[in-house]
Design a protein around this ligand. Structure first.
Ligand code: NAP
Ligand code: MG
Length: 399
C-alpha cells in the first residue's frame, strides 16, 4: 500500500508521563503504517525543558508561527513537588502559557461526542465549544504575600516618570495581593477569533464577564466585543442567521446548563480554564475533549485538553498495562493533519485525518473502549481494552 505523503512538516511537541507513552503509541500504531509522517520534533518533556532553560518551548512556538500547524502532547507544569522530583533548575512556567503568549491565540475546546455516550446534562443535544482567551489575567499575574500592616497601591508610571496611584487596600493584618493585566490588541484578536469561528461553524456566539463587579477591567472586554461585533460582524452574523449574545457570567453558567448546546461560548482566560473542565466531565470524560489554539496570523496548535495522567503513569512504571484514553491526543493529531492537508492542498491527507476520527468513533460505538468510558457507554456489550489494544482496534478499521 502506498503511504500518504505530506509536503510541509508539522511542528511536533512531545511531552511528559503517560501522554508521552501514548504519543509514541499513536505514531507507531495509527500513523506511521499509513502515512509518511513529516514533523519537526521538539522535546517539551520536562527534562529537556530544564536542560535547555525552557528555550525548547520558545523555539517550538516560534517555529509554529513559521510552519503554521503544530501538534502538542500534554506536559507537566512544574510545582514545588515536581521541582524536587525532577531536580529542576527552577520552577519553569507552564509551556502552554508560554506558547499561548507567543502565538497570542484563542483556545477552542469541544467535547468529542459519540452516539453511545449521553452527556450528564440530558438537555445538551449538541456539543458546546468553549473559546478560551489565551492571554493575560491571572496566568500572567504578579502576586505577593503581605506580612502585616502596610498599604498596597496600584502605581502606574509613564515613560516621563509621571505616576498615577490608586489604593488597593490598607492592610493591618497579613494577607495576599495580586496584580494582573490584559491588552486591547489581545482582547480584540480574541473577539475576532471567536466571531470568525462562530461564523465558520454557523453557531451562535455567547460571551460573558463579571462586568457588574469589575467595572473597568471586565467591562472593557464587554465593550471591545460589542464594538467589534457592530463594526465588523453584525451583517455577516445576521446573514448567517446566527446571533451574538452577551450576558453576566453567572447568568451564562445558568443558561448553559439549561441549553441544548450547539453554540460557541467565549470565556475569559480563567473562566475558560475552569468551565472547559466542567464541560468535559459533563460530556463524559476529560479524555474526550479536544483543544485547538488559533492565532490571529492563522497558525494553529492542536492538543488534548487533559494533563499527563500522572496516576496512570506511575502504574505504567510498575509494569502495569493501563487503559488510558488516547482519544483527545489522537484527535489532536488528526486535527493537525487535516489542517496541514487543507493548507497544503493535499485532499488525501485531510481525508485520512477524518478517517482516523471516524475509525476511533466507530471503535467506541462497537463497544471497545478504554476504562474511563466503561460505565458511560450505553451498549449491550462493552469490552475494556488497554491503550495499545484500543489503538490497534482503530488501526484495524483503517486498514
Ligand atoms: P490529568 O492528567 O488531566 O488527570 C487527572 C485525572 O483525570 C486522571 O488521574 C484520570 O483519572 C483522568 N484522566 C485524564 N486524562 C485521562 C485519559 N486520557 N484517560 C483516562 N483518564 C484520564 O490532570 P492532573 O493529574 O491534575 O495533572 C497531571 C499533570 O498534567 C500535571 O503535572 C499538570 O501540570 C499537567 N497538565 C498539563 C496540561 C497540558 O499540558 N495541557 C493540562 C492539565 C494538566 P483516574 O486517575 O481516576 O483514572
Ligand atoms: Mg483547567
Amino acid at each position: 500500500m502506498q503511504k500518504i505523503q505530506m509536503k510541509t512538516p508539522l511542528v511536533e511537541m512531545d511531552g511528559d508521563e503517560m501522554t508521552r507513552i501514548i504519543w509514541q503509541q499513536i505514531k507507531d500504531i495509527v500513523l506511521n503504517p499509513f502515512i509518511d509522517l513529516k514533523t519537526e520534533y521538539f522535546d517539551l518533556g520536562l527534562e529537556n525543558r530544564d536542560r535547555t532553560d525552557d528555550q525548547v518551548t520558545i523555539d517550538a512556538a516560534v517555529r509554529t508561527r513559521e510552519l503554521g500547524v503544530a501538534v502538542k502532547c500534554a506536559t507537566i507544569t512544574p510545582n514545588a513537588q515536581r521541582v524536587e522530583e525532577y531536580q529542576l533548575k527552577k520552577m519553569w512556567k507552564s509551556p502552554n502559557g508560554t506558547i499561548r503568549a507567543i502565538l497570542d491565540g484563542t483556545v477552542f475546546r469541544a467535547p468529542i461526542q459519540v452516539d453511545c455516550i449521553q452527556p450528564y446534562v440530558i438537555n445538551w443535544k449538541k456539543p458546546i465549544t468553549i473559546a478560551r482567551h489565551a492571554y493575560g489575567d491571572v496566568y500572567r499575574n504578579s502576586e505577593m504575600r503581605v506580612d502585616g500592616s502596610c498599604r498596597a497601591e496600584l502605581v502606574l508610571t509613564d515613560r516621563d516618570g509621571h505616576e498615577k496611584r490608586q489604593l488597593i487596600f490598607d492592610f493591618d493584618s497579613p494577607g495576599v495581593l495580586m496584580g494582573m493585566h490584559n491588552l486591547d490588541h489581545s482582547i480584540e484578536s480574541f473577539a475576532r477569533a471567536c466571531m470568525t469561528f462562530a461564523l465558520n461553524q454557523k453557531q451562535d456566539l455567547w460571551f460573558a464577564t463579571k462586568d457588574t463587579i469589575s467595572k473597568t477591567y471586565d467591562h472593557h472586554f464587554k465593550d471591545i466585543f460589542a464594538d467589534i461585533y457592530e463594526a465588523e460582524y453584525r451583517k455577516d452574523f445576521e446573514a448567517a442567521g446566527i446571533s451574538y449574545f452577551y450576558t453576566l457570567i453567572d447568568d451564562a453558567v445558568a443558561r448553559v446548563m439549561r441549553s441544548e448546546g450547539g453554540f460557541v461560548w467565549a470565556c475569559k482566560n480563567y473562566d475558560g480554564d475552569v468551565m472547559s473542565d466542567m464541560l468535559a466531565s459533563a460530556s463524559g470524560s476529560l479524555a474526550m475533549m479536544t483543544s485547538v489554539l488559533m492565532a490571529p496570523d492563522g497558525s494553529t496548535e492542536y492538543e488534548a485538553a487533559h494533563g499527563t495522567v500522572t496516576r496512570h503513569y506511575y502504574r505504567y512504571l510498575k509494569g502495569e498495562k493501563t487503559s488510558t484514553n488516547p482519544m483527545a491526543t489522537l484527535f489532536a493529531w488528526s486535527g493537525a493533519l487535516r489542517r496541514r492537508g487543507e493548507i497544503d492542498q493535499l485532499p488525501e491527507l485531510a481525508a485520512f485525518a477524518s478517517r482516523i476520527e471516524q475509525a476511533a468513533l466507530d471503535t467506541i460505538n462497537s463497544g471497545a473502549v478504554t476504562g474511563d468510558l466503561k460505565d458511560l457507554v450505553e451498549l449491550p456489550e462493552v469490552r475494556v481494552l488497554d491503550t495499545e489494544e484500543f489503538l490497534k482496534a482503530i488501526a484495524d478499521r483503517l486498514s
